[in-house]
Design a protein around this ligand. Structure first.
Ligand SMILES: Nc1ncnc2c1ncn2[C@@H]1O[C@H](COP(=O)(O)OP(=O)(O)OP(=O)(O)O)[C@@H](O)[C@H]1O
Ligand SMILES: [Mg+2]
Length: 260
C-alpha cells in the first residue's frame, strides 16, 4: 500500500515537463505570469518590459514603455517566495476579501487586487500615490515615478530639504487616507518617493480598512515611523498630537466603496 501511494504521488512525465516550462526567471516569470503580462500588453498598457528597477520583499518592479514612448511601472508579485501568511493578516475585516482562502496563490492574487483597488481609491480621492493603470493576476501596472527610465529616490535615500513642510504634507496624506476609511500600514521613509512634483507614497497593498482589528495599532506605527524620521531633522512633532490631528474631523467615506 505504501509503495502504491508513493508511486501515485510521483508526477507523471508530462507534468515534469510542465514544471520545467514553468521554471522561474528572476523569481517571477513563470508561464502564467508571462501570459498575464501578455494580456496587459495586448490591452495596450505597455509594449515592452524593459529592465528591473527594484526587488522588494514581495515583488519585483520593472520599468516598461508604452507604444507612445512613456514609461510605466510594472510590479510583479512573486507567488513562490512571498510571505503569504503575513499578507493574509492584512486582509482581515476587509469586506472586499472576506472569502480569500489561506493558500499562497489565492492570497497573493488578492494582495495584488488589493494594491490596485487601494491605489484607485487613494489616487482618485487626491492622495499622493502613483496613478494606477491596470492589474492582472499577480501584476499591477502604475504610473512610473521617475525620469528617463530612472526611478526617483526615496526619502530614505535623499532625506529632506524642507522637513517641516514634508512632515505636514505627509501627515495630511495619512489623514486623507484615514478619512477615506483606511490606514496605510506601511508608512516609512522607505516607501516615500521624492519626485520633482513632490512626495509620493508607495506600497499601498498593505493598507487596511478601519474595520481591521489592528487598524489603530497600524496607524500608531505609521505615524510613529514618520515622527521618528522627522525628529532627526529637529521637526517639532508629537505622536499623540499627530494622531489627534489625523482623527479630527468627519470621515469622508467608510472605505466600503473601494471595490475593484
Ligand atoms: N511606481 C513606481 N515608479 C517608480 N519606481 C517605483 C514605483 N513603484 C516602486 N518603485 C521602486 O521600487 C521600490 C520597491 O517598491 P515597493 O515598495 O512598492 O515594493 P515592495 O515589494 O513592497 O518593496 P519593499 O518590500 O522593499 O517595501 C521602490 O522603493 C521604488 O524604488
Ligand atoms: Mg516598499
Amino acid at each position: 500500500m505504501a509503495q502504491l501511494l508513493s508511486k501515485r504521488k510521483r508526477p507523471p512525465r508530462e507534468e515534469k515537463a510542465l514544471k520545467a516550462e514553468n521554471k522561474l526567471e528572476d523569481g517571477v516569470f513563470d508561464r502564467n505570469t508571462l501570459l498575464a503580462l501578455n494580456k496587459l500588453m495586448q490591452a495596450g498598457h505597455f509594449s515592452t518590459l524593459d529592465f528591473p528597477i527594484a526587488k522588494g520583499k514581495e515583488a519585483n518592479i520593472y520599468c516598461a514603455t508604452t507604444e507612445e514612448g512613456n514609461n510605466v511601472a510594472v510590479k510583479i508579485y512573486r507567488i513562490d517566495t512571498s510571505n503569504f501568511i503575513r499578507m493574509h493578516e492584512y486582509l482581515h475585516g476587509d469586506p472586499r476579501f472576506l472569502h480569500v482562502k489561506k493558500n499562497r496563490f489565492d492570497v497573493v492574487l488578492a494582495w495584488t487586487k488589493k494594491e490596485f483597488s487601494n491605489l484607485k481609491e487613494f489616487y482618485w480621492n487626491g492622495v499622493a500615490v502613483p496613478q494606477p493603470i491596470a492589474f492582472n493576476r499577480n501584476i499591477v501596472v502604475m504610473e512610473f515615478l521617475g525620469k528617463g527610465g530612472l526611478p526617483f529616490p526615496t526619502l530614505e535615500q535623499v532625506g529632506t530639504a524642507r522637513p517641516q513642510d514634508d512632515f505636514n504634507f505627509l501627515l495630511d496624506e495619512i489623514k486623507k487616507i484615514y478619512q477615506l476609511g483606511f490606514v496605510h500600514s506601511d508608512i516609512s521613509q522607505y516607501n516615500i518617493v521624492v519626485t520633482d512634483g513632490g512626495l509620493k507614497i508607495l506600497d499601498c497593498a498593505q493598507a487596511v480598512m478601519l474595520a481591521h482589528p489592528r487598524s489603530e495599532e497600524f496607524l500608531n506605527r505609521d505615524v510613529s515611523n514618520l515622527v521618528k524620521f522627522f525628529q532627526k531633522y529637529k521637526v517639532k512633532c508629537d505622536l499623540d498630537e499627530s494622531l489627534a490631528y489625523i482623527k479630527d474631523g468627519k470621515p469622508v467615506k467608510k472605505g466600503l466603496e473601494a471595490l475593484v
